[in-house]
Ligand binder design. Structure first.
Ligand code: F6R
Ligand code: ZN
Length: 186
């Protein structure tokens, strides 16, 4: 049995902060190659290296049936006309699915089936949960003007495979057109 102190963690749904959890940050310089408009990326980087998103992860136990969870917060912003978003990944252990639950703000999840390349955009908002099946690349996009905060629950053995995505990229981008998100195949 886990130590009782590991059975409960509390989080702040406004800031996405989990006291005592592992924080990691992605600044613009960590996201080279993911935004479509290379000139806009270079200009934004020359202007500073803003924080784009941060996560807090809770990893209570890592046995075969165990779960981790993480809260992600993507700040509002755009590179050119493309919204701030996560790097995106597949799970190293491909069968691992994940549940995302919206806590604050409004955004989209881009889900792309690794085998078929078929992609879907699903709203991520408070009181909504998005199921990410196994073998599905997933990226989270903040389409609003406040931070987008969400909680993801996944198998402890899932792992993150960023290399496969870096190689093939996602087939869809989401840009702001007349103040609204519009999806485009690339
Ligand atoms: C875990 C998961 C999330 C992401 C987070 C940051 O499997 O999907 O906790 O890790 O949204 O996104 P990435 O990892 O793509 O930088
Ligand atoms: Zn994941």
């Amino acid at each position: 049995m886990l130590n009782p102190a590991d059975l409960l963690t509390s989080f702040d749904p406004e800031t996405g902060v989990i006291d005592g959890a592992l924080r990691s940050e992605r600044c613009l310089s960590d996201l080279r190659g993911i935004f479509h408009d290379a000139d806009a990326y270079a200009a934004a980087l020359a202007d500073g290296d803003p924080l784009v998103y941060y996560t807090y992860a809770v990893e209570p136990a890592d046995g075969p049936g165990d779960l981790y969870y993480a809260i992600g917060t993507i700040l509002p912003g755009r590179i050119g006309d493309e919204y701030y978003m996560t790097k995106g990944h597949l799970h190293t252990w491909r069968p691992a699915a994940e549940f995302y639950i919206g806590l604050r703000g409004s955004g989209l999840m881009l889900l792309e089936d690794e085998a078929t390349g078929e992609s879907h955009l699903v709203p991520l908002e408070p009181n909504g949960a998005v199921y990410v099946p196994g073998s599905t690349a997933h990226r989270t996009i903040n389409t609003g003007d406040e931070p987008l905060t969400y909680l993801g629950i996944y198998p402890a053995r899932a792992g993150h495979d960023y290399a496969a995505i870096a190689e093939r990229g996602f087939s869809t981008i989401v840009t702001c057109v007349d103040g609204r998100p519009v999806a485009r195949r690339v």
